[in-house]
Design a protein around this ligand. Structure first.
Ligand SMILES: CCCC/C=C/CC(=O)SCCNC(=O)CCNC(=O)[C@H](O)C(C)(C)COP(=O)(O)OP(=O)(O)OC[C@H]1O[C@@H](n2cnc3c(N)ncnc32)[C@H](O)[C@@H]1OP(=O)(O)O
Length: 359
């Protein structure tokens, strides 16, 4: 479900309480989304050259094209929520040593040689993502976006990269029952994926082994994906009674074409590392024996490149897609909120938990 009028009104009030000025670019975006959400697509005449400020505002509104009022309202609410979170976070240039450490040791964050590494560290459970890990990854990405490192890396400990969402997350029912669980999981998913969409520095996945579910779908939001030849890429959403997330319903068809994307996202076809590379999801595959050595040597060399140039190049490559990606993320999260309450999904999870099925 997209943000309600009440959520939107709250966000409009929240903007006035921001502790830090978000800067002109963001204010322009807020203005454009507000106009789109309240009046719909821009259909007023373009101001003349002399009205420079009005022309800039008109351009920003007009750039939203035919984005629906509902999607604009959602994007506005998401943007304000990110601004509020970052204006409450600690000092912007916190050096690595002062970085707030994750709540649990299932995530290890280090910063060295210009590279911040976020390592999934739950090898006994194939690095399955618990609710706390999603929160810790969000915090780690927010800190990495402001630290002094040039490049950020996500990788895993042990033989797996990540087995996706921890299916036992669904067994911790809150007081509000299944509906409340699905609502809060959808909100967490949206915040989690938004952090990847907005991440401002080069983001690299070092895929050290098989990858499942959400750890595969978000790869479309990374800048570079290096994989060992032992890795595989599996999105068994239909098997689980679920639907795609991580913006993969948009990025996968773009990356590999709609029929290859459908084989993965509808039928759960598992790709080898070589297949994923041939289809553009993976940048390069390395022999497992030399994977770590080769990849880290390369990343260390890249991390010495001028960081501002890399950020700006990433902005040019990614920025025109951001509004679209936020809208896709909101829609996918809302569809999943319904799916998680379906019998198909409940049965599939019960089946995994009772060890009847292995994907
Ligand atoms: C809030 C945001 C929500 C976002 C939603 C995202 C959707 C997804 O990510 S869908 C994908 C969900 N993941 C799966 O369906 C994978 C399930 N796991 C498996 O099929 C298998 O475990 C495996 C193929 C990954 C590995 O098989 P293998 O035989 O090598 O090892 P196991 O003995 O099965 O695993 C060891 C240990 O780890 C536990 N485990 C592994 N993956 C998960 C998981 N995703 N959730 C919970 N637990 C997992 C497994 O149960 C074993 O535990 P025990 O040793 O205690 O039995």
């Amino acid at each position: 479900m997209l943000a309600s009028q009440k959520d939107f009104n709250n966000a409009v009030s929240q903007v006035k309480l921001l502790k830090e000025d978000p800067g002109n670019e963001v204010k322009l975006k807020l203005y454009a989304l507000y106009k789109q959400a309240t009046e719909g697509p821009c259909n007023v005449p373009k101001p003349g050259m002399l009205g420079f400020i009005n022309k800039t505002k008109w351009d920003a509104w007009n750039a939203l094209g035919s984005l629906s009022k509902e999607a604009a309202r959602q994007n506005y609410v998401d943007l304000v929520s990110r601004l509020s979170a970052s204006s409450e976070s600690p000092s912007p240039e916190a050096p690595a040593a002062d970085r707030k450490q994750p709540e649990s040791d299932s995530l290890v964050v280090t910063s060295e040689d210009g590279i911040t590494t976020i390592r999934l560290n739950r090898p006994a459970k194939k690095n399955a993502l618990t609710t706390q890990m999603y929160r810790d990854i969000i915090a780690a990405l927010q800190a990495a976006s402001k630290d002094e490192s040039a490049i950020t890396v996500l990788t895993g400990s042990g033989d797996y990269y990540c087995s996706g969402n921890d299916l036992t997350n669904f067994t911790h029912l809150p007081a509000g029952g299944l509906e409340e669980m699905a609502r809060s999981a959808a909100a967490l998913l949206r915040d989690f994926v938004n952090c990847f969409i907005d991440f401002p520095k080069p983001l690299v996945a070092v895929v050290n082994g098989p990858a499942v579910g959400i750890s595969v779908t978000i790869l479309g939001l990374f800048d570079v994906v290096y994989a060992t030849d032992r890795a595989s890429f599996h999105t068994p959403f239909s098997h689980l009674g679920q639907s795609p997330e991580g913006c993969s319903s948009y990025t996968f068809p773009k990356i590999m074409g709609s029929s290859k994307a459908a084989e993965m996202l509808l039928f759960g076809k598992k790709l080898t590392a070589q297949e994923a590379c041939a289809q553009g999801l993976v940048t390069e595959v390395f022999p497992d024996g030399t994977f770590q050595k080769e990849v880290w040597a390369r990343l260390k060399a890249y991390s010495k490149l001028p960081p501002n140039a890399m950020r700006i190049s990433k902005q040019i490559i990614r920025n025109r897609e951001k509004e679209k990606l936020h809208a896709v993320n909101a829609e996918e999260s809302s569809v999943l909120r319904e799916r998680w309450q379906s019998d198909e999904c409940m049965n599939a999870i019960a089946s995994f938990l009772s060890r009847k099925v292995k994907l």
